[in-house]
Design a protein around this ligand. Structure first.
Ligand SMILES: *Cc1c(COP(=O)(O)O)cnc(C)c1O
Length: 398
């Protein structure tokens, strides 16, 4: 097959789509008015923000007044967790529940709170990467102020029983936050039906730009501010609005939620074909649940190789993907997500994540299916680890 460029790292970030860029362009050029100003180009910006807020709200079953724009998913996570903790502390409740395999925007925020007098329970996930509702329910105490569980995992794609967890939290009167950065546009979300109090989303995972996101905060929750300053976002989040980013986020969410079932069907077919073909490689395994997973997520471990080398070889062939191997992040430990589902270190190190989006084609899938097995064989031929696996040595023993 002729060399091509295949971008298959859409869980890391996505390309801005043409309609999103077109929607943003006026606000990056002539429509530069400050939305707080009373002259017409300011009012134009304010109107664009209002319209965007309506669009975002509608996409997740929220009210317009429940959407607050932020600088991205990380800020929304920080806001939800730190400020729910603040609110809890005011009532003597200083216990938080989360899971072991959240995004670092959640985990590191919880660790920060632990250093500031809060107690955090990290609920485990099973070997498929699913959180059990009973485990959440059992962890809830009288002093629990927040439960935060991600909607869909960014590495292995497992989709969590969010509505069930929401129901438990509502019954026990505990605030429930979900990091839905990977789920928005890929899974149907209805914050009211799912009893979600707080939800984080991000633009750059759904073909909008980096640096824009939003938080949904249910009416009546009334968290304190994370960012103090001007009166933007109804005095809840200061900072002159990123009008173009906000308009781009709304356009992206409108497009990606327009026909979720059809997109899921197309992408999951491609995903399952890639999974079936790559699992023909000896000593490979699928990470995460085969069915309850994001339509575009493939995560497979190949024993005896390093994810880093695999990524570099794929790059030479024009394929962008990702790995749970952690050398790039400056740590020797492999991904906390892969360890949380019980993978031995050696297996976690040889993992490959392929994340597909609307932009990917069947030809992209063909190309991935052709290139990956050849690269894995080549790397194994040079790997001392692979020799030991062939000799049946227990490489995780030491
Ligand atoms: C990307 C991501 C984030 C962070 O969002 P940013 O907009 O990059 O700050 C948070 N949570 C999950 C699950 C993500 O995938």
């Amino acid at each position: 097959m002729e060399k091509r460029f295949v971008y298959a790292d859409n869980s890391a970030t996505t390309k801005i789509s043409k309609p999103v860029l077109d929607a943003m362009m006026p606000y990056l050029t002539e429509g530069y008015g400050n939305a707080s100003s009373i002259y017409s180009i300011g009012m134009d910006s304010a109107r664009a923000i209002l319209k965007a807020r309506e669009t975002v709200a509608k996409a997740i079953g929220a009210k317009t007044s429940e959407i607050y724009f932020t600088s991205g998913g990380s800020e929304a996570d920080n806001w939800a967790i730190k400020c729910a903790a603040d609110l809890g502390a005011q009532r003597g409740k200083k216990h938080i529940i989360t899971t072991v395999f959240e995004h670092h925007a959640v985990l590191h925020t919880c660790e920060y709170l632990e250093k500031h007098g809060f107690e955090v329970t990290y609920v485990p996930v099973d070997e498929m990467g699913l959180v059990h509702v009973e485990d959440i329910e059992k962890a809830i105490r009288d002093d629990t102020c927040l439960v935060t569980v991600m909607f869909a995992n960014n590495e292995i794609g497992t989709i969590q029983p969010i509505a069930e967890i929401g129901a438990v939290c509502r019954e026990k009167k505990v605030l429930f936050h979900t990091d839905a950065v990977q789920a928005v546009g890929n899974v149907e979300i209805d914050v009211a039906k799912m009893n979600i109090d707080l939800l984080s989303m991000s633009g750059h995972k759904i073909h909008a730009p980096k640096g824009i996101g939003a938080m949904y905060m249910r009416t009546g929750v009334n968290l304190p501010n994370l960012i103090h300053g001007g009166a933007q976002e109804r005095s809840k989040r200061a900072g002159t609005e990123n009008v173009a980013g906000i308009v781009g986020l709304a356009k992206a969410i409108e497009l990606c939620t327009a026909n979720i079932p059809e997109k899921q069907a197309r992408l999951s077919k491609m995903r399952d074909r890639i999974i079936a073909e790559l699992l023909k490689i000896p000593e490979s395994r699928l990470n995460g649940d085969p069915k309850r997973r994001l339509a575009g997520n493939v995560n497979i471990s190949f024993r005896g190789i390093e994810g880093e080398s695999l990524l570099l070889s794929l790059d030479l062939e024009g394929i962008c993907a990702s790995s749970g191997s952690a050398c790039t992040s400056g740590s020797l430990d492999p991904s906390h997500v892969l360890l949380a589902i019980g993978l031995p270190h050696s297996t976690a190190h040889g993992s490959l994540r392929i994340s597909l989006s609307d932009d990917n084609t069947e030809e992209d899938a063909d190309y991935i299916i052709e290139k990956v097995p050849a690269i894995v064989s080549k790397l194994r031929a040079m790997s001392p680890l692979w020799e030991r696996i062939l000799r049946d040595e227990d490489i995780d023993a030491e």
